[in-house]
Design a binder for this molecule. Sequence first.
Ligand SMILES: *Cc1c(COP(=O)(O)O)cnc(C)c1O
Length: 411
Amino acid sequence: MTTTVLPSTEIITLPSDQDASGRTLGSEEIAAITEAIHTGTLTSTKGKFVKTLEKRFAEMIGVKHAYACASGSAAVHIAIAAIDPEPGDEIVTTSITDMGALTPILYQGAIPVFADVDPKTWNVTAETLEPCLSDRTKAIIVTHLFGNPCEMDAIMQLAQSRKIPVIEDTAQAFLAKHRGQYVATIGDIGCFSLQQGKHITTGEGGIVVTNDDALARRLFLLINKAFGYGDPNPDHYFIALNYRMNELTGAVALAQLDKLHWSVQQRQSTANQLSELLVGVRGIETPYVAPGNASSFWKYCLRVDGDVIPGGAVGLAKKLKDERGIFSAPRYIQKPAFQCQVFAEQRTFGNSRWPFTLARPEAVDYSRDKFPGTFSGLESILVLPWNERYTDEHVHYIADSIQQAVSELAN
Ligand SMILES: *Cc1c(COP(=O)(O)O)cnc(C)c1O
């Protein structure tokens, strides 16, 4: 095997979503946050920034209700709590997602039941969800992983035939479209995150959306210690936390919102450009987006064929990093979610293992043969960070680097 190390002058540092180089934070955010501070009102219960954010976000994606909250994890938690499972009820979810979408199930006393994924998209499908449903299924959570919409027609058909509500985890999928419709508005509740690495950011933050008035009322209360602000005789109606977004965050989020369409369009056009440049490169497959759908390209994922490229995704990642300074993540989350200690060892409250003590044995059976798509999908995935600040030059650099690495590695 030959190794060509380029002179360091030819190594380009790509914009990163972990600092200013790859974020859209600027004078608009500074002006907004300054204005918020001058009002002296930093709680959203009294201020105008968070309320304006909620109104404008709802209008942007065409949904009746939007509520801002503390994080994407908080958004998923209140979505589950709004559906109000009994302890031991089952929530069917995906085995490849962020932990923030999973632990809320346990906090709400429900059992996460992990569905397998389609190894081509790393998303759940109606076919992988169906065998996980039981008479105890209280909700389905789908994650539109990396911004690529799940096949929602079949999923909604399945869910509606069983009268099971669907929560869309759209933390990675701002403005992604399924058959022309924004994700988060297809199921019963949509959940967004404004964490540092998402399409737009406030460092931490979240938004939930719904078209259902009754669910909207519960979502609002679940953010606000279940206190009935504005009611004739308000009280704390049920168990709930303070999951509010503050006005400083709301001000930054409002300024970021103006840049969201641009960010998503940039990511889409550079991702499509890379896919075109990589046509015909042996041993790798570019992202599959189903016809009629639009991914918002939170990340750009390659499928690496280990039979063609010795060392597979891991080998390719190492070469890209060592020789071109391009960071990427083989295996994405390293292992399926159900292999993390919290699930595998049922580490919850004290030594109780609750709510797992209420689970049907089949619901917590994580045998490898139940998850062929998950294991093969993680084996072949190479996650490239993606960014709205990538230029033509960056995309060509990435494409050339991949082409060269593959040509040196491939059999
Ligand atoms: C980021 C993310 C979350 C959690 O959001 P936080 O704001 O980090 O709590 C949930 N689900 C998915 C798919 C995510 O990417």
